[in-house]
Design a protein around this ligand. Structure first.
Ligand SMILES: Cc1ncc(COP(=O)(O)O)c(C=O)c1O
Length: 446
């Protein structure tokens, strides 16, 4: 694995094995023996969890850890309503999508009703990767191309791990080269770039399209995570994506919104991250929080794109959209609605953000605090540098010091110098106080 890979951030160093307790050490040894080194392990002191509830995870000694990181169990770990829905459906029927099923269509209708009318057809998959892969195929078919159509992504984007998707995932680092048909554009980073973010992002997209054309590569589209998570979380000003999408459409491409991170209410400003930008995508990819941990993901497209796909191909995915996964996903929508989690994400996120901003006022090492709803980033810089030099060492120190206090977060950004705070949506103001108190102590200790 390249040290410049996103997966190399915040990882366990086997040289530190002597510093961990006997139970954990034995698990680390067994993990390494069956996994090898392909799947990095989090933290200087790896964590071994055996149960969870709400925003709390419990280790083998039943010690609680505050989860300020995991967005998959977004309505809370082991939410009883979701657990019941899974258990009841698993006891009744679990099958694939080539039989008729009220459970699956009720969920599909409900899901589609959360999206703009034009987005009216759904493909179910089992992962974000499969959904992105399929979106690429739909975009290629649309322009009559079966391979190597041009795509634009941001410079440290992560979109998944299949062969085709790894080619549009620069976050894997130099060990996994991006495809010759792929162009990257700088992330819309309003902290490091003066001026109009929307303008410079659109200009970069325009230049990337021109370069594809110059190389004789037909342009299929642009795919972006609508909160630019792995690039370092860029959300302001709302609306900045509009101009780039206009450029993409003028050049004959499609805009694919990757909602794997912001989808299902995380930004506190509606169900989908793209809504903040006021422009309707041609395709939407979703996954992670969709089933609160059950492997359900989807690609939603327009009627026209579905027709163009169907003219060439059919689709079947053995596990995608199975009955149990759809029951879980439907229960997730119930909880989001009943517990008012979108409004809660806005309120709780604003509270936490203002606490982080007050830490920033006291510590020059914090260059920026940003984010929307319950997706927040704290960027560490060297205060003595003239150019906001990233300070990954300080970010990692904070992450591991929080881990030592049994609070879970991680880092993002190409340099790994940005704290990524992305808790289950049920995270409360009291949970924020707990996190902020710990950060106050850790920063005072630098
Ligand atoms: C923005 C984004 N897109 C796609 C994916 C791929 O999803 P999966 O891991 O379910 O294949 C991820 C995973 O982290 C992601 O963050």
């Amino acid at each position: 694995m390249s040290n410049d890979s996103m997966l190399a951030l915040n990882t366990f160093d086997p040289a530190g094995v002597a510093r961990i307790d006997a139970v954990t050490r034995d698990l680390v040894r067994r993990r390494s023996s069956v996994f090898g080194a392909a799947v990095p392990l989090f933290y200087e002191q790896p964590a071994n969890f055996v149960r969870a509830e709400g925003v709390w995870l419990y280790d083998h000694e039943d010690r609680p850890y505050l989860d300020a990181y995991n967005n998959v169990p977004s309505v809370g770990h082991c939410h009883p309503h979701v657990v019941n829905a899974i258990a009841q459906q698993a006891a009744r029927l679990n099958t694939h999508t080539r039989y008729l099923s009220d459970v699956v269509y009720s969920y599909s209708e409900r899901l589609l009703s959360t999206l703009p009318d034009a987005l009216s057809k759904v493909f179910f998959t089992s992962s974000g990767t499969e959904s992105v892969d399929l979106a690429m195929r739909v975009a290629r078919y649309r322009i009559g191309c079966t391979r190597d159509a041009g795509f634009i992504v941001t410079r440290f984007a992560y979109h998944g791990n299949s062969t085709a998707v790894a080619e549009i995932t620069p976050a894997f680092g130099p060990g996994v080269p991006i495809g010759a048909h792929v162009r990257t554009v700088p992330a819309p980073d309003g902290y490091r770039n003066e001026g109009d973010v929307g303008e410079y992002f659109a200009t970069a997209v325009e230049a990337a399209i021109a370069d594809l054309t110059r190389h004789g590569i037909p342009f299929a589209g642009m795919i972006v995570d609508t909160v630019f998570s792995s690039d370092g979380l860029f959300v302001e000003p709302a609306g900045f994506l509009r101009r780039a999408v206009e450029v993409v459409r003028r050049a004959g491409g499609v805009y694919i919104a990757d909602e794997v991170q912001p989808g299902f209410g995380r930004t506190g400003a509606g169900m989908w991250g793209f809504e903040r930008h006021g422009v309707v995508p041609d395709m939407v990819v979703m996954g992670k929080p969709m089933g609160n941990g059950m492997p359900i993901a989807a690609l939603v497209v327009t009627d026209e794109l579905m027709d163009q796909f169907v003219a060439r191909s059919e689709y079947f995915n053995t596990f995608g959209g199975n009955t149990v996964c759809c029951a879980a996903a439907s229960a997730v929508l119930d909880v989001i609605e009943k517990e008012g989690l979108i409004a809660h994400a806005a309120d709780s996120g604003n509270y936490l953000k203002s606490g982080l901003e007050s830490l920033k006022r006291k510590h020059d090492s914090i260059g920026d605090v940003r984010g929307a709803g319950l997706y927040l980033a704290v960027e560490f810089i060297d205060p003595d540098s003239d150019d906001k030099a990233p300070d990954a060492r300080e970010a990692l120190r904070v992450v591991n010091a929080l881990r030592a206090r049994r609070i879970l977060i991680s880092v993002c950004g190409a340099a790994g110098h940005i704290l990524k705070i992305r808790p289950p949506l049920v995270f409360s103001r009291a949970n924020s106080d707990h996190l902020l108190d710990a950060m106050r102590e850790i920063l005072a200790d630098s």
